[in-house]
Design a protein around this ligand. Structure first.
Ligand SMILES: [Zn+2]
Length: 158
């Protein structure tokens, strides 16, 4: 199916799971590291083994409402950055200082009107339509990190 473009309103984002980890060599998804600090992460696709060199990327589940239905879409890194205004790692660093900012981010986005282009999952296992591009419709839309930085009173570049 061809990608479809639609106007929708944000209902919420799942702020409990905003990220996934990719291999810093081949950028494929890595298994989540377990909590033990000494645990090594092994990539299933290449020779990478490590504990610190993996990269975090955005994978955001977002409930949206159109005129006719409410449904969940998934935003990967490129689309999510439009809304967040920063890299996943930057947002993680910010969350480490301000643990509630994921929840706040969801509240800030609530009711935001977006024009989204959705593609249907290519493989049958994926549950959600994927956002391939997103354009906030509000004039003067501010990325989440800007609003959060203002709320929490921290400079964006620290
Ligand atoms: Zn790899």
């Amino acid at each position: 199916m061809e990608p479809t473009t639609t106007i929708c309103t944000v209902v919420a984002i799942d702020h409990t799971a905003l990220f996934y980890t990719v291999c810093s060599l081949c950028e494929r998804t890595l298994p989540e590291p377990n909590t033990a600090a000494s645990s090594l992460i092994r990539c299933n696709y290449c020779t990478f083994t490590g504990s610190t060199q993996c990269k975090r990327m955005f994978r955001v589940l977002m409930s949206v409402a159109t005129e006719t239905k409410v449904f969940v879409v998934v935003l990967f890194d490129r689309a999510a950055r439009v809304l967040f205004g920063c890299s996943a790692q930057h947002f993680i660093d910010f969350t480490n200082i301000h643990p509630l900012c994921g929840e706040t981010a969801s509240k800030i986005l609530e009711g935001e009107m977006l024009k989204v282009t959705l593609s249907n999952p290519k493989n049958g296992n994926a549950q959600h339509q994927r956002v391939v591009s997103v354009v906030p419709l509000k004039s003067g839309f501010r990325p989440l990190i800007d609003t959060l930085t203002e709320l929490y009173g921290v400079r964006a570049d620290c």
